[in-house]
Design a protein around this ligand. Structure first.
Ligand SMILES: C[C@H]1O[C@H](OP(=O)(O)OP(=O)(O)OC[C@H]2O[C@@H](n3cnc4c(=O)[nH]c(N)nc43)[C@H](O)[C@@H]2O)[C@@H](O)[C@@H](O)C1=O
Length: 337
């Protein structure tokens, strides 16, 4: 049994991870501020489910509130910290970049500080496929350069990776950073495309199709994603004796117990096909409004998931259509539509 502090348990991914760990019999402490970036009642509903499970406790506060975060962590005394709370969203970072600096830079720094103080055995933190920015070589590999972020969202997440590397190096803090690829499924964030499309199609509102549909995403089903996180919890990075000890394709740092791991499905879905699949699952046709490319958007993502597989023996494999069917059935039931 592990004691796991998870930030972001009222969020989409944190909720699913907490549920999985509680089902396995671990103790989970959730830290979440239930910020109003999107519908707070959805966040409250997720927390209510966790509160009904044995082994769950929570603190509702901001990551930026260092005193509260530190006290909650000291009281709980975790073995492992999984840091998923963040200001998420690619497009909102053009409107309100400061929110990303506060939650993602200051907040993540606070998590690193308490992880160092408590000498936890493994710190795992969320980064994003958006860190690959303008990279053109596909699929994206962790060992590729990723120095061209296109938004402050991507820039703050990339900054988290390099901040975490320095702490892993200085304080021997084993750290794994995930690069997630467009996660979807039941309980998903309302600001993400599958949710927005389902909502608009059922309401008879037109949907905007960016870049005339010439967009590709490596959509990752949430159950697959949290299974990848769960397995990586046990794949604790160790500082290599020399760079010769790093396996080919491994992103392990030569200077720290630190690695970056993609968690993605490794299949690209074209935006137009994605709309067709949602329409088919809903049984309702969309009214389509074709638009130009949006500022800050990346045209395509595609994960090379071979490092995840070599570390854990696992790779995500849910077919997009099956995952969307599960999302749609949750959506219809939860919202009664
Ligand atoms: C890994 C990464 O994953 C996510 O970022 P994302 O991949 O940009 O996800 P999305 O669901 O916002 O976009 C998916 C696709 O759908 C298009 N899209 C969006 N919104 C509308 C929309 O309103 N209309 C249309 N037509 N297309 C849209 C958009 O242009 C893109 O082709 C976040 O979790 C982020 O936090 C993160 O870290």
């Amino acid at each position: 049994m592990k004691r796991v502090l998870i930030t972001g348990t009222a969020g989409f991914i944190g909720f699913h991870l907490a549920r999985l760990l509680l089902e396995e019999g671990h103790q989970v402490h959730g830290y979440d501020a239930l910020t109003d970036y999107y519908d707070v009642t959805l966040k409250q509903a997720r927390h209510r489910i966790l509160e009904g499970m044995p082994g769950f406790g929570k603190t509702e506060a901001l990551l930026e509130d260092a005193d509260t975060l530190f006290q909650a962590a000291r009281d709980f005394a975790p073995d492992v910290i999984v840091h998923l709370a963040a200001q998420a969203g690619v497009r909102y970072s053009l409107e309100n970049p400061r929110a990303y600096v506060e939650a993602n830079i200051v907040g993540t720094f606070n998590v690193m500080e308490i992880a160092r103080e408590l000498k936890i055995s493994h710190l795992l933190m969320a980064s994003t496929s958006s860190a690959y920015g303008a990279n053109e070589e596909m699929p994206f590999k962790e060992t590729d350069k990723a120095d061209t972020p296109l938004t402050m969202y991507a820039a703050t997440k990339k900054a988290n990776e390099v901040m975490a590397h320095s702490y892993a190096h200085l304080w021997d803090l084993p750290t794994t950073m995930f690069r997630f690829f467009t996660v979807y499924g039941p309980w998903m964030r309302p600001d993400l495309a599958p949710f927005k499309f389902a909502d608009a199609i059922l309401a008879g509102r037109p949907i905007d199709i960016y870049n005339h549909g010439e967009m590709y995403r490596d959509f990752t089903y949430v159950d697959d994603l949290v299974r990848g996180i769960r397995l990586l919890m046990d794949a604790v990075p160790a500082r290599p004796a020399s760079s010769a000890d790093i396996a080919p394709g491994d992103s392990l740092s030569p200077a720290a117990p630190f690695r970056i791991v993609n968690i993605g499905n490794s299949t690209r879905v074209k935006l137009l096909d994605f709309v067709d699949i949602i329409e088919a699952e809903l049984g309702v046709k969309a009214i389509r409004n074709y638009m130009d490319m949006q500022p800050g958007d990346v045209p395509a993502t595609w994960a090379d998931a071979s490092l995840l597989q070599s570390l854990t023996g696992y790779r995500p494999q849910t077919e997009f259509r099956d995952g969307i069917a599960k999302f749609v059935s949750w959506f219809r039931e939860y919202y009664g539509r």
